[in-house]
Each structure stands twice: as C-alpha cells, then as structure tokens.
Design a protein around this ligand. Sequence first.
Ligand code: PNS
Length: 164
Amino acid sequence: MKIRAVYPGTFDPVTNGHIDLIQRSAALFDEVIIAILKNTDKIPLFSLDERVDMLEVVVRDIPNVSVTTFDGLLVDFAERVEASVIVRGIRAISDYEYELQMALMNRRLSGKVETVFMMPAEAYSYLSSRLVKEISLLGGSVHGLVPEIVETRLQGKCRPPVKA
Ligand code: PNS
C-alpha cells in the first residue's frame, strides 16, 4: 500500500529546516504533498503565490513531492487527497506542547489520519521562519538558513534599518 503524506504549514518563508524535513519525508513516504495554509491569523510577509512559487522551485528535483494550498480543516484536506499521514517537525521540547495538542485534536477529528513527528538536523534546531524574517528585516544575513531563492526574495522585501 502506498503511503501519501501531507506536510502542512505557513511556510512564510520556507527555510532550510523545512527542506531538511521535506527530504526526510520524501525518503520515508511514497508521496509527500506540501500544503500551504491559505487563510491564517498571521499576516504573511510573502503572498500565497510567492510561497507556492518558492516551494515549487526548491522541491522541483524531488519527484515524489508536490506543492498545493488548502483552507479549512487540515484533516478534511488530508482525507480529500487520500493522505493517511500528517508530517510535522519538532525542533525542541518547546514545540512539543503545541504540536501534541494539534495532533491529538486532529486525531479526534479524524480517525483516518495519523500525525508523524520528525526532527530536522540539529543544525536547524534553532531555525524558524519568524527569526529569518526578523533578521532579514533588520539587515542581518540569513545565508545558509534559507534556500537561495528565498534569500534573494527577502532582499526585495526587506530594507536595512535607516540610521537616525
Ligand atoms: O507552519 P504553521 O503555522 O505552524 O502551520 C500550522 C498549520 C497550518 C499546520 C495549522 O494552523 C493548521 O492545520 N491549520 C488548518 C486549520 C485546522 O485544521 N485547525 C485545527 C488544528 S487542530
């Protein structure tokens, strides 16, 4: 039986930590669908189209990975695309509480989808999209933390702070 997994998230923007997890998932499951949430409470720096575009570029050489968007409940989306696994990354214990809550709630909502937690390489354990945006907005370098396309696009979004 082929196992299809969904890797959901905001991906604003995709980081090397996400990519590490995508590669690990692609090696483990027959098919991985990266699912970007359309409507989130968070105000994104990158539009949905920009996030789709950047992800498509970074996964184009991984044949069993595709990129799409979703709204509504994650478990409904997973059932619709006939995925039996939700992949979530856990970097540190601090992620665990929120992720456990979400996984158990998703299990309550659907008995058909199992959440699988995966750990990125240690080098990415302190990396987050939020910090990448903050560093970039303040004029710092995010080289090595995000793919090249993201680094370039961040430069287009972020202006270094003007000295008073
Ligand atoms: O990258 P993020 O922001 O941590 O991803 C969070 C995401 C998209 C996985 C989560 O917000 C989600 O699944 N939203 C869809 C709505 C939903 O199903 N909510 C109930 C979760 S128990």
